[in-house]
Design a protein around this ligand. Structure first.
Ligand code: GDP
Length: 473
């Protein structure tokens, strides 16, 4: 890759590395410092950019107001279990599915679009707030309007309240659908009164929240509900630019035996086309085919349109943001970076198992040992010495830092082996672990901690050590 970027032969890069005493094969990973050294040696000019720069510009393209046109609203149905979310989704869909050509078979792809008086509405058909919140937790806004289903014979229940809280936290307007109006004992005014407790004030109570009485079972009130959704959408002035590279969100994804990874993408901006190269979270793909909710192939999908996308290399996750990029190289670069980040995070989490600072403290307390072992790697000898000195200064009669090893250079697999034997954390000062080391750390449950300010490093060790002391104080 380095050779490629410099337009040099890989063997020449390897030869130079050998001269520096590094015996490496063609796809081995080298650190940034080494790469820079080689590049300069070969007469290239190096400009260091942060790794995160690969993501730059991904979601930043702004649209001019004049490029915007109205787009259909995206609706999520929420409410207490058994109040009729699924029934309502099915009833709306059966009544109003955009008439497909003969032979279209209803598919559950995670979202569908219907038409009402020539206006389209998109429904996310995973009801409930779990999916909604999962997407929101990933920073994605998936929904314009929440339809809150409350059964007229049951009233406001715990999950109704939860759903309200989620919608309010996301600042998404609510339309209340009072369902099961066909049932004996249906009492819609009780529902309206109960909703006041959660500061949902419907129009009949003098507020501005729209409510509609419906029966999913009898198919009553559905047109009115759709009208109210469209009215609310008009107020929201939902717009997007269809004439740009697409952005969107993964609503659902799975690995299909026959078709490979399949992801339902809800397009939010631009138009997604077959042949487009896209990234979704830590996966990428080239759109091989797109299918709508009737299983029909489509060539293009504009704003608010949900489509099943075939052609991903791996399976993305629901809630992943999707962006079309200019070429495969860019897609790979972004995905490489994100996968690396995921691994690094995992190694820190996994390390909670054994050699983390906290675990260390607990174990030392149990054994009554008063030494705090660690492995230190720093970028230069000077910093290593300064840190060792500062850590030794921290020692008291009761507890002291025991530096198993301090060295210069990146964290390697052999450092992990050493640390693992003593169940010690590894501290990197201005250096990081290479890939093999990170994997080993994850396997062994060894915590890797990175610092670039000596003070922060010493301070953390100090608090860990005083934690060790505290029960005796
Ligand atoms: P969910 O858990 O909110 O998705 O609720 P479901 O859609 O699964 O509905 C729960 C039960 O209520 C089912 O037995 C439905 O047949 C019934 N149900 C849903 N809507 C209505 C309705 O409008 N009237 C009546 N009588 N029953 C309904």
């Amino acid at each position: 890759e380095l050779g490629n970027r410099m337009a040099e032969r890989a063997v020449d890069v390897i030869k130079l590395l050998m001269k520096q005493g590094q015996m490496l094969k063609i796809n081995d990973v080298i650190d940034a410092d080494t790469a820079e050294l080689i590049a300069v040696e070969m007469g290239h000019t190096v400009k260091r950019v942060s790794e995160a720069d690969v993501e730059e510009g991904l979601f930043s393209a702004k649209d001019e107001d004049t490029d915007l046109s109205p787009r259909p609203p995206v609706v999520t149905i929420m409410g207490h279990v058994d109040h009729g979310k699924t029934s309502l989704l099915d009833a709306l869909r059966n009544a109003k599915v955009v008439t497909g050509e003969a032979g279209g078979i209803t598919q559950h792809i995670g979202a569908y679009q219907i038409e009402h008086n020539d206006n389209k509405i998109t429904f996310i058909d995973t009801p409930g707030h779990a999916a909604f919140s999962k997407m929101r937790a990933r920073g994605a806004k998936s929904t314009d309007i929440v339809v809150l289903v409350v059964a007229a014979d049951d009233g406001v229940m715990p999950q109704t309240k939860e759903a309200i809280a989620h919608a309010q936290a996301a600042e998404v307007p609510i339309i209340v659908a009072i369902n099961k109006m066909d049932k004996q004992g249906a009492d819609p005014s009780r529902v309206r009164t109960e909703l006041l407790n959660d500061s949902i004030v419907v129009e009949a109570m003098g507020g501005d929240v729209i409510d509609v009485e419906v029966s999913a079972k009898a198919g009553e009130g559905l047109d009115k509900l759709l009208e109210m959704i469209l009215l609310q959408a008009e107020v929201l002035e939902l717009q997007a630019n269809p004439e740009r590279t697409a952005e969107g969100i993964v609503v659902e994804a799975q690995l299909d035996r026959g078709r490979g990874p399949v992801a339902t993408v809800l397009v939010q901006k631009g138009t997604l086309k077959t042949g487009d190269i896209l990234v979704a979270g830590a996966e990428w793909g080239r759109v091989r085919a797109m299918l709508d909710e009737d299983g029909k192939q489509v060539k293009e999908a504009g704003p608010s349109k949900p489509v099943e996308v075939l052609g991903f290399q791996g399976t993305p996750e629901a809630g992943d943001m999707v962006a079309v990029v200019e070429n495969e190289a860019r897609a790979r670069e972004i995905v490489d970076y994100r996968q690396r980040q995921i691994r690094e995070k995992a190694s820190v989490v996994a390390s909670g198992a054994r050699g983390s600072l906290e675990q260390m403290m607990n174990r030392l307390q149990e054994t009554g040992r008063k030494e705090f072992p660690m492995v230190l790697k720093a970028d230069v000898q000077g910093s290593a010495e300064a840190i060792v000195h500062a850590l030794n200064e921290l020692g008291t009669d009761e507890v002291s830092a025991r530096i198993l090893m301090s060295g210069v250079g990146g964290i390697t697999e052999s450092d992990i082996t050493l640390a693992a034997a003593s169940k010690a954390p590894i501290i990197g000062f201005n250096v990081r672990a290479n890939k093999q080391a990170r994997e080993a750390a994850q396997r062994e449950g060894i915590e890797l901690r990175y610092y670039n300010v000596i003070y922060d490093l010493v301070d953390d060790v100090k608090s860990a050590m005083s934690g060790l002391l505290s029960p005796e104080l």
